[in-house]
Design a protein around this ligand. Structure first.
Ligand SMILES: Cc1cc2nc3c(=O)[nH]c(=O)nc-3n(C[C@H](O)[C@H](O)[C@H](O)COP(=O)(O)OP(=O)(O)OC[C@H]3O[C@@H](n4cnc5c(N)ncnc54)[C@H](O)[C@@H]3O)c2cc1C
Length: 265
């Protein structure tokens, strides 16, 4: 920073970088636990990949196929990830997603229904049973709308159009993050006891491609992560990759799925 250049400062217990499904849900939980929580997103609130998800939310609720259960979902997830997934995250994902869907409904999401009035579930590639809870082809929109309303209702501070560039360390501990307001270029410092990185999946760490890659490419990319240079795109995960290369907590590496990395102070 040039000498004499000023920056504004904010202070929180928990700073969540990213306001897609992962970040919103993490912020809601932190706030519900009594932490002073803020969300930072580089775009407008609501403009995240999450809003584009069309297929639905995979959850073994058994509403269409009573035979379905979390174990089968777990198997499908591990198989889809060619066993490269973080198995514990895949297990938690399979076990907890039905509760997350019901929670979204409780918070106001309106899912399509079966004739009996249950949440309708549909087929999707790689899933043994039809298990995607959905809202037509706009599930992501309904999800992000619901989570945003919940977050705003809880009084969580939301900093939009703020691009985080660096995580900051205080000795050996994470002490916050540094970025700039996109509209003005003004610099901003967030001091925080904990930082949650929810700035998109690790596929963002490569210069090409997105979340939907073919399994073979996913394996290729997984192998190359250890050689990954800090890429040109200034996404949040990249700053932490540059610092520590922590393990990914994505349950479906190389496939669809929100990702959260927690960096504790
Ligand atoms: C077209 C499409 C269809 C899909 N369909 C499905 C589906 O049917 N079912 C399914 O399960 N998944 C689907 N997915 C995948 C799914 O949408 C994503 O895996 C999921 O939404 C990722 O959520 P997230 O919260 O991790 O990231 P995102 O929703 O991408 O949110 C990332 C957030 O991080 C912020 N951010 C990034 N970098 C910075 C930075 N440097 N500073 C500040 N903020 C930053 C962004 O502004 C954004 O708010 C689909 C994806 C796409 C693109």
């Amino acid at each position: 920073m040039a000498t004499g250049e000023t920056y504004e400062t904010h202070e929180y217990d928990v700073l969540v970088i990213g306001a897609g499904g992962a970040g919103l849900r993490a912020a809601i939980e932190a706030s519900a636990q009594g932490a002073r929580t803020a969300l930072v997103c580089k775009s407008l609130l609501g403009k995240a990949h999450t809003v584009m998800a069309e297929g639905g939310i995979a959850a073994a609720m058994g509403n269409v196929w009573p035979e379905d259960n979390w174990q089968v979902h777990f198997r499908d997830t591990m198989r889809g990830g060619k066993m490269l997934n973080n198995w514990r995250m895949a297990q938690l994902h399979a076990m907890e997603s039905p509760d997350r869907v019901l929670e979204l409904e409780e918070w106001g999401a309106l899912f399509d229904r079966t004739r009996d009035g249950l949440i309708l579930q549909r087929d999707f590639g790689g899933h043994r049973y039809a298990r995607l809870a959905h809202v037509g082809d706009r599930t992501g929109l309904e999800m992000i709308r619901t989570l945003q309303q919940r977050a705003v209702h809880l009084g969580i501070d939301v900093h939009m159009e703020c691009n985080v560039q660096r995580l900051l360390k205080d000795g050996d501990r994470i002490g916050g993050a540094f970025g700039y307001w996109r509209a003005t270029g003004t610099l901003v410092l967030f001091r925080s006891k904990a930082v949650v990185l929810a700035s998109m999946t690790y596929s963002a760490a490569w210069g090409v491609g997105g979340t939907a890659v073919f399994p073979a490419r996913a394996i290729e990319r997984r192998r190359s992560i250890h050689h990954c240079q800090v890429p040109t795109t200034p996404r949040g995960n990249n700053s932490v990759t540059a610092m520590n290369n922590p393990p990914s907590m994505n349950s479906q590496y190389g496939a669809n799925g929100p990702e959260v990395n927690v960096v504790l102070a």
